[in-house]
Design a protein around this ligand. Sequence first.
Ligand SMILES: Cc1cc2nc3c(=O)[nH]c(=O)nc-3n(C[C@H](O)[C@H](O)[C@H](O)COP(=O)(O)OP(=O)(O)OC[C@H]3O[C@@H](n4cnc5c(N)ncnc54)[C@H](O)[C@@H]3O)c2cc1C
Ligand code: FES
Length: 275
Amino acid sequence: MTLDFVPRTAILEEIDRQVPDHHLFRFRLPNAFPIAPGQFAELTIPGIGGFAVSTAAFAAGPLFHACIRRIGRVTDALYRLPLGARVGLRGPFGKGFPLEEFLGRDVLLIAGGLGMAPLRALLQALVARRGEIGRLSLLYGAHDPRVILFKDELNALARQGLLDLHYTVDFAAEIPWRIGGIACQVGLLPQLLDTVRLRPERTVAAVCGPPGLYRCVLDELAGFGLAEEAIFASLERRMRCGIGQCCHCAVAGVYVCRDGPVFSLAQLRRMEGAI
Ligand SMILES: Cc1cc2nc3c(=O)[nH]c(=O)nc-3n(C[C@H](O)[C@H](O)[C@H](O)COP(=O)(O)OP(=O)(O)OC[C@H]3O[C@@H](n4cnc5c(N)ncnc54)[C@H](O)[C@@H]3O)c2cc1C
Ligand code: FES
């Protein structure tokens, strides 16, 4: 057994109840947990089970932040834990976003729903190096205005002029909506693409959300003239080992856990059935 299979003990230290059933959890480990934007960990609750979860923060040190949706057996058990409870963490696993390729370029982030969690980590990394990138835009789509994650911090970045921020929701009681002073459209996420001024030849894009989002947005970005090597998406597959040994996550001979979960569109084109 390699050390990758041995969970480290982490303490549940803080719960930020962002929106119902989408809480941001902070865990403390005994040592540094150097997880990069786009990478993930396997979180286990003793006696219950485990699941894969992305880092939702760009943070050094012995902390792990994850925005977790209560969806099934193990996440439900996590939501019932008190502060101070012990969980297991394995990782960090996978290849994250290639940050160096974002420097010196315009950056377009596109988040659908909970896809905002991994993109929050990337956004924090980019803001930390804000002087080294051009335009930084975020298009964020959610079901309705009440379930938009991290809106206070996103709005604050927009107000400081660090981020060009656009929201859209599937449903809203009134039109137009404003979220903390930021305009919010009602409609599908790809429609927001018309609202950003793209310089395709110098833009890198990162997309994170449900599979349906990838099917329409990735081709559309390529259609705008972005290079397929400069469009990145994070795939979600059911995972077990997280280290390329159980074949659970394999797509077209590629292990999503080890070779991804972040892939360029150029790579995805060669992985039949990936999107
Ligand atoms: C690389 C990676 C990163 C992830 N990051 C996050 C994250 O940041 N936050 C978060 O809340 N969740 C994340 N997930 C999803 C999380 O691992 C699953 O939701 C997990 O199964 C929840 O465990 P559970 O026992 O509560 O639910 P389960 O009982 O396992 O599943 C509940 C329902 O979700 C469906 N489901 C579970 N996993 C997947 C999947 N991978 N793809 C499609 N459908 C699935 C099941 O079919 C079932 O209907 C990530 C998954 C991967 C692979
Ligand atoms: S989860 Fe085991 S090979 Fe990817």
